[in-house]
Design a protein around this ligand. Structure first.
Ligand code: KG4
Ligand code: ZN
Length: 360
């Protein structure tokens, strides 16, 4: 389907209630608005996302956020060509909020409804930002996801590997918690690591001894806990320098694992246009630097979309909806909300689920 399309996207699968308007035409793609209402404060006291609290907050906010996105784009419902919504995977109570809102809007306006896989939203973002050509390799690395996907088309994804337990962002968050640092843990651990010695503690590099691109991060967190407890048993507590060194050692281990597995994923993905990264952990400069090096060594361009489009947002959902719609796909009022929805149905199930709910 050619011509200009303008889609409203809705997202509520985790702890961000988001709406965005994206337009795509002969001149390329344009994000007309993107509104994200986070829920960090609501979950802060619990050390993780509480599904019931998240679902309630999404239900309260999704229509307001959609109104804001339309107002910021200067458009009304009548200016749209379709409504895209995350239909999974994620926390089911949350996913339902946006799915019900989208169905209501589609029923009231007669606009086409397009259900989108949240992971497809992340994986297709490099096409929204940079019009990247298929096929390319993407590493999704956040608090809830960690997988390599060879993106061959808007509906064609081959998983090259993924975490069998925690996601790296989750490991950063747990590390911060264990060391008395604020949440989200990633930025706090990264800033401590900057003045730490990455070689003082010998943390494991899980699964590097095994072939393939699967990853594991839960053992790393246990190793960190042991190292901390060892210091406490030895001298009754940890110093600020101990904490910096623990953070540096942990971050170096995560970076090493991601770099080595990325190199393997690139080696098993010939003919790609680029290596792209998405997800909150992509904000980590040390990790990003390593990925840049790995891509350069493989002779493949590296691409990291701006951070606001790497983390959860609805522009990626509107965009993935446009891509699906151009392939002729629409959904109707029977569109289900799915807690699990692997992008690559042919790949074996991964064991991990992540703190933010079952992902794939
Ligand atoms: O993509 P995102 O906003 O949300 C989902 O998980 O879907 O990612 C958030 C995760 C958190 O676990 C956070 O600690 C991590 O990304 N993160 C970082 C950094 N900034 C955010 N991890 C490492 N270094 C960072 N600078
Ligand atoms: Zn996400």
């Amino acid at each position: 389907m050619s011509g200009t399309l303008t889609f409203l996207g809705l997202e509520s699968s985790c702890d961000d209630t988001a709406a965005a308007v994206v337009r795509h035409g002969p001149a390329g793609a344009q994000i007309l608005s993107s509104v994200v209402a986070g829920q960090e404060a609501l979950h802060a006291a619990f050390g993780g996302v509480v599904p019931e609290i998240a679902a309630r907050a999404h239900a309260e906010r999704i229509d307001l956020v959609a109104e804001q996105a339309l107002a910021q784009a200067g458009l009304g419902l009548g200016d749209l060509d379709g409504i895209a919504v995350t239909a999974g995977p994620g926390l089911i109570g949350g996913v339902l909020a946006a799915v019900m809102c989208a169905k209501g809007l589609a029923a009231a306006t007669g606009l086409p409804l397009v259900g989108v896989n949240h992971l497809a939203g992340h994986a297709l973002t490099p096409r929204l930002t940079d019009a990247l050509a298929f096929p390319y390799l993407v590493l999704l690395v956040s608090g809830g996801h960690c997988q390599f996907l060879r993106v061959e088309g808007a509906e064609s994804f081959r998983r090259r590997g993924g975490t069998i337990d925690d996601a790296p962002g989750e490991a950063f968050d747990k590390t911060a918690k264990l060391l008395g640092l604020p949440q989200p843990g990633g930025p706090a651990v990264e800033s401590e690591a900057a003045s730490g010695d990455p070689r003082r503690f010998a943390f494991p590099r899980p699964l590097l001894d095994r072939p393939g691109c699967d990853l594991s991060f839960s053992g790393l967190k246990t190793a960190l806990l042991r190292a901390r407890d060892g210091l406490v048993a030895q001298k009754g507590g940890i110093t600020l320098q101990d904490r910096r060194d623990l953070c540096a050692g942990f971050q170096a281990a995560v970076a090493d694992v991601l770099a080595e597995k990325s190199a393997r994923a690139l080696a098993s993905s010939p003919g790609i246009s680029a290596f792209a990264v998405a997800g909150g952990v992509a904000a980590n400069a040390a990790i990003r630097d390593r990925l840049v090096q790995v891509a350069a060594r493989a002779g493949v361009p590296f691409l990291a979309p701006p951070l606001r489009l790497c983390t959860d947002n609805a522009a990626m959902i509107a965009w993935a909806g446009i891509e699906r719609f151009r392939l002729g796909h629409t959904d109707d009022a029977t569109l289900p909300a799915r807690p699990r929805w692997p992008l690559d149905a042919a790949a074996p199930a991964l064991l991990g689920s992540g703190k933010k709910g079952a992902k794939a």
